[in-house]
Design a protein around this ligand. Structure first.
Ligand SMILES: [Zn+2]
Length: 595
């Protein structure tokens, strides 16, 4: 399955399919083409009359789709280039320029979707494309109607768009600039190191308690220095969110905005958060077990990701890639072939570099392109899991590449399905091959560590966000937010973990709550969903696989509730979410039995 001609070496990606040249004139010419296309699109203003034909509408929609495709290309390229090196002034300049151009182009084509959203129901119904082959267009148009109650007049929409480019989006760019350039000092065995955040965070997995503590202290020392500014940015973000969405557009609450975007009922998210909260004690039990294994009376927050055994095992990149591809192939050769394409086309930036964006992500531009993946591979087992995770995202997009750019991307609640499922496959594979009981315990425990970080930690971020949005809009100070954050941690950990004071700065270090408020419940959603699906896979065996691939291949071409209903899942039922936690409970029971 893995062709010998493909070499798996750490390196950077190839963005040339997206943008063959990077000189200023060329880039500007591409931007002008897009602006021209957007200007030309405006001629359709006169077509949008109540007596427009279905065919005419479809024709306009296809032109709209083509422009969106180009916006994704240029916006995606700008963002990938900036991720390559966030300190590159040319990449930054282009990113800024692109944001201006995107805002202008979006403004020019906006009238089309606005018109569509404002049509009355009977007219919209008459115009919906009916042919089987136009299902994507039909679904896209139907989805837009969801925003009908929250849409403003065209000039208001344009003003918001223009003001956002240098307003809230400007603030968010500053947040990225400030936090990406932070360097962290860490002294290990008498040697002083200056590290990026990703490099620093590898030390929180150190077997040495003093090193873990020093790493976290260094992290929050730097963040506490910037905290007054970062907290101010957050307050701006939150007030802007409220003013635009709740006050002007009329959403029920700040989190309801995300729920409508995600096409998930408020009730489902409430149930998810509530059931998570109910299970805080489950992970507290795990942390007490972990303290015992580590020979501590009680874990400190520094210790929750501590390994159980002293292993400095590093997995070479090539071995990691082959392991992940082979694991995918055993589940479904189709999935492995898709993942293979990411390497064959050099769509992955794998090496850690200074200035490169931290963490990991997968970016889907459009159905025409294999997605691009960024990881910072340092050789830990966790990095292998991250690789499986991001490739899962890429596979999900590729399975949905028959759809339109307008419907390829899965809705957020399902966006973490393939990624987390791939991680589960990897863990199971490693558990099967491991005979040594201590190593098995380590593997299982590190899986529970990850589930904690994906389910519980993220649910508590969102619980904090919900409170913070409420309080900031009532005029709360940053000091109150720090105190609230500590209380959030105390509820989450109970008396199972000691929380040092500096963790009050944790929230200003979480990019998601700035960039995409309430995003984080999608992680809890995705992980619990996958645990439940995985259980289904174990029960059903092979027949599960095509059903699962079908679920993924919907991409964003159907509603999350409908896609899940096909798998027999009701997301507003607490019993469904408890099923996910039951799997975790079994893992913890098994761990407890190991002594
Ligand atoms: Zn992900």
């Amino acid at each position: 399955m893995t062709t010998p001609s493909v070499e798996y070496t750490l390196g950077t990606w190839d963005l040339s399919p997206l943008m063959p040249h990077r000189d200023k004139e060329y880039l500007e010419a591409r931007l002008q083409e897009i602006l021209d296309a957007a200007r030309a699109f405006e001629r359709h203003r006169d077509d949008l009359r109540p007596d427009i034909s279905q065919e005419r509408l479809l024709h306009i929609l296809r032109e709209y789709e083509a422009i969106v495709e180009r916006l994704h290309e240029v916006g995606g390229f700008a963002s990938l280039w900036f991720s390559e090196n966030t300190q590159d002034p040319e990449a930054l300049a282009f990113l800024n320029r692109v944001q201006q151009v995107l805002a202008e182009a979006e403004n020019r084509i906006l009238f089309f979707t606005l018109w569509w959203k404002r049509l009355d129901d009977a007219e919209a119904q008459r115009l919906l494309p009916q042919a089987e082959s136009q299902g994507d267009y039909r679904f896209f148009l139907q989805s837009l109607r969801r925003f009908r109650p929250y849409t403003l007049e065209e000039t208001a929409e344009q003003i918001i768009n223009i003001k956002d480019a240098n307003g809230i989006r400007g603030i968010l760019t500053l947040y990225s600039l400030m936090t990406n350039r932070l360097e962290f000092e860490l002294e290990v065995d008498g040697e002083k190191k200056r590290l990026t955040r990703d490099e620093l965070m590898t030390y929180v997995y150190s077997p040495r308690p003093d090193v873990r503590k020093a790493a976290y202290q260094s992290l929050y020392r730097e963040y506490s220095r910037e905290a007054p500014i970062l907290a101010q940015m957050y307050e701006n973000r939150v007030r802007d969110w409220y003013n635009e969405h709740v006050r002007l557009r009329g959403f029920d609450s700040p989190i309801a905005v995300r729920n409508v975007l995600n096409d998930v009922p408020d009730a489902a998210v409430d149930v998810l958060l509530q059931v998570s909260r109910e299970h805080a004690a489950l992970f507290q039990r795990y942390f007490r077990l972990k303290a015992r294994w580590l020979g501590m009376d009680r874990l400190r927050r520094y210790d929750i990701y501590a390994p159980l055994t002293e292993s400095d095992r590093r997995i070479p990149y090539e071995e990691a890639v082959r392991l992940v591809l082979d694991t995918l192939a055993r589940f479904s050769p189709v999935m492995a072939e898709y993942a293979q394409r990411v390497f064959a086309e050099r769509h992955i930036d794998s090496e850690p570099r200074k200035g490169k964006r931290g963490g990991a992500f997968c970016m889907t531009i459009s159905p025409k392109y294999t997605p691009w993946v960024l990881v910072n591979y340092t050789g830990r087992l966790r990095d292998v899991a991250t690789l499986a995770h991001e490739l899962g995202h890429a596979i999900h997009s590729m399975l949905a590449e028959e759809h339109s750019v307008l419907t390829q991307h899965p809705p957020l609640p399902l966006a973490e399905t393939a990624s987390v499922f791939s991680e589960m496959l990897l863990t199971e594979r490693l558990l099967q091959e491991e005979r040594d009981p201590l190593a098995r315990r380590e593997l299982l425990a590190s899986a529970v560590d990850d589930i904690y970080a994906t389910v519980m930690r993220q649910a508590y971020f969102v619980l904090f966000e919900r409170l913070a949005h409420e309080k900031i809009n009532e005029g709360a100070s940053a000091q109150e937010l720090y105190a609230d954050y500590l209380m959030n941690l105390e509820e989450q950990f109970g008396d199972s973990v000691e929380i040092p004071e500096e963790f009050r700065y944790e929230w200003v270090s979480i990019p998601h709550i700035y960039h995409t408020p309430f995003y984080c419940y999608a992680y809890s959603f995705g992980q619990l969903l996958v645990l439940a699906l995985y259980r289904q896979y174990k029960e059903e065996g092979a027949p599960f696989i095509p059903r699962y691939l079908k679920l993924l291949s919907y991409g964003g071409s159907a509603r999350p509730q409908d896609i899940l209903a096909e798998m027999g899942i009701d997301m507003t039922d607490p019993a469904f979410w408890r099923k996910g936690f039951a799997v975790v409970e079994e893992m913890i029971d098994e761990l407890e039995a190991t002594g």
